[in-house]
Ligand binder design. Sequence first.
Ligand code: ADP
Length: 224
Amino acid sequence: MKKVPRIVILGPQGGGKGTQADRLARRWHIPHISTGQLLRDEMARGTSLGQRITTTMNRGRLIPVRLTNEVMRRRLSQPDCRLGWICDGYPRNMAQARPFARFGRPNVLIVLHLLDQAAVRRLAGRRVCPQGHVYHLRYDPPKKRRGYCDRDGLRLWQRDDDTPSAIRQRLRIYHRETEPVLRWFRKRVMIISVEARWPIPTVYRHLLSQLKRIPWLSSRLQQK
Ligand code: ADP
């Protein structure tokens, strides 16, 4: 059976995971799975599950493992994931990572590196549309109409958890809980490390050039 890309992209909040994952997913025609977005969709639907998530997220806390793994498992079993997927910001701690490694069987891990200070600065300017498309007021503004998503025309907004104090709390959790995941994966999955402080197209170029060095992925990249 042909090997398909099952990619996890990790890094601090504001590192550009969503931005880079989206570009890669569009290039390869594979789904970009953002756990945050999956959970936010649940919140938008206002289910009791969604309400629990809202309270937890607004405090900058992580959602319980049983829940996130279930949401991810369900998503990865959808037919559009058969030819590969790119998963953004998951797993975030060891409790999520072990089961995820079994049911998701990721084969590449992309790690974006960015200092906390830069991450906080970036996130202050982040704007998103309700479908999860990501922009930046200064570094990646919409091209068609100010304040509206280029792809679906919906109004952009600032996430409730993009306040400096919630961001700092999420960064603390990242260092404490997600960095051990990177070390754990290092022994199990091919890792690609990318410096994320450069402009978006530069980071993307560096990312592609590293992916091209993986033999079974390079043919895929050259086709397009
Ligand atoms: P993450 O998913 O890692 O939290 P995002 O992709 O949402 O990060 O990016 C955070 C914010 O920074 C967004 O507003 C995005 O437009 C912007 N951004 C992403 N990558 C870069 C970059 N290389 N340079 C400047 N701004 C960026």
